[in-house]
Design a protein around this ligand. Structure first.
Ligand code: SAH
Length: 358
């Protein structure tokens, strides 16, 4: 497995890289993940492939962080239930709707409702929120990121008008999963939620932390294998960043280069996928998101949450883009996207994918 002398040479045609990576052996994946020597080639082909499939399009999604209450206690996460230092908040339906209205005026056509696993939002409450957004914005995409719920809950929310669901699997290695989460959580359950969501009809996003404690290339290969099995529409990855009030406060965070390498590999393995350049990537390097876009990422997610709560949704230390008005946040990101050589697209973002896959 660890012999990395079998040098990677897929030639100069970027589509040959796509074909090669779609049935790459574990040894090849280890080599790509562990050898800086391949970076220049990986990055170049990943960008070429994103341009073949998506041109220079970058899709924007308005992120609404509507609650930071959470029943879970993930060791890496700043809003885990044991963190008594967090000022907890919940947005009302009216406040969420205001975020959507502001966002719509700024050109957003996808709203992402994300929160901790907060059972104060019952199925009934959430369905009311979703169906009200659906009524007001019939031409918009509603993405949910609410963690693990029951199949029935996912079904009701889908029926109420939600289209997409983001649920990172965090790590696809069972032993590793257990080292990142308390024992009441399980990888098997997380995975089953993802398959249920898919079955119901959602476009589904999975993903993992890069550089989380105890992670090696072995776990990253498992992540890629799981994604091949799931075939998600979206993949969210970002570097792990320690939070000072969590058990992982003293671990080092994930690196820029490894995150870029994983983004490039994902673009080549999943050429159609919607792949965000995340806020976490922008947090560990001032140009992190631009660099992400240049190696295959094609989505950015500006914050539409009310300014007063943004800092409270602190998953990790020093999170950027807190305390900014949504208009400011959007125009800053647009400038960054343009400076990197790409273009923000505000209409519904997955049409191209549909056309190409049919
Ligand atoms: N409750 C929802 C949303 C979780 S927050 C859910 O379970 O899906 C969104 C993502 O933030 C998580 O999936 C996790 O990958 C990421 N995250 C949490 N803590 C982090 C940290 N310390 N560093 C980087 N990313 C983190």
């Amino acid at each position: 497995m660890s012999s990395i002398d079998s040098s990677i040479n897929y030639g100069t045609d970027s589509m040959a890289w796509v074909r090669a990576l779609s049935h790459a052996s574990d040894a090849e994946l280890y080599a790509l993940i562990q050898t800086p020597m391949y970076d220049a080639m990986l990055f170049r082909h990943a960008d070429a492939v994103r341009r073949i499939y998506y041109g220079t399009d970058v899709y924007i999604r308005g992120l609404i962080e509507f609650t930071n209450y959470c029943r879970n206690d993930c060791y890496y996460c700043g809003i885990r239930r044991s963190n008594g230092m967090v000022h907890r908040y919940r947005l009302t339906k009216a406040e969420i709707l205001t975020c959507c209205k502001d966002g719509y005026a700024l050109g957003f056509r996808t709203f992402v409702l994300q929160g901790g696993e907060d059972m104060a939002y019952t199925d009934k409450t959430l369905c009311e929120i979703v169906s009200t957004i659906r009524e007001h914005f019939p031409n918009c995409t509603i993405t949910l990121s609410l963690g693990e719920r029951t199949r029935e809950s996912y079904r009701l929310l889908y029926r109420a008008g939600a289209n997409r669901y983001l649920l990172r699997h965090e790590t696809a290695d069972d032993a590793h999963y257990r080292r990142l989460h308390p024992k009441e959580m399980s990888l098997a359950h997380r995975k089953s939620c993802l398959f249920q969501l898919k079955e119901i009809g959602y476009q589904v996003g999975a993903g993992f932390l890069v550089g989380s404690p105890f992670q090696t290339a072995k776990e990253l290969v498992s992540d890629l294998r799981f994604l091949q099995q799931l075939q998600p529409d979206m993949i969210g990855i970002g570097p792990f960043i320690p939070h000072s009030n969590t058990p992982f406060r003293d671990y080092s965070g994930g690196s820029l280069i490894l995150t870029l390498r994983m983004l490039a590999i994902l673009r080549l393995m999943f050429p159609y996928v919607l792949l965000p350049a995340t806020t976490a990537l922008g947090t560990i390097h001032p140009q992190g998101r631009e660099l992400g876009l240049k190696v295959g990422a094609n989505v950015v997610m500006p914050n539409l949450s009310p300014t007063g709560v943004q800092r409270k949704y602190e998953l990790y230390d020093n999170k950027i883009c807190t305390g900014e008005e949504s208009a400011q946040c959007r125009s800053c990101l647009e400038q960054r996207v343009e400076a990197a050589g790409y273009h923000v697209v505000t209409d519904v973002g997955d049409m191209r994918r549909r056309k190409l896959t049919k």
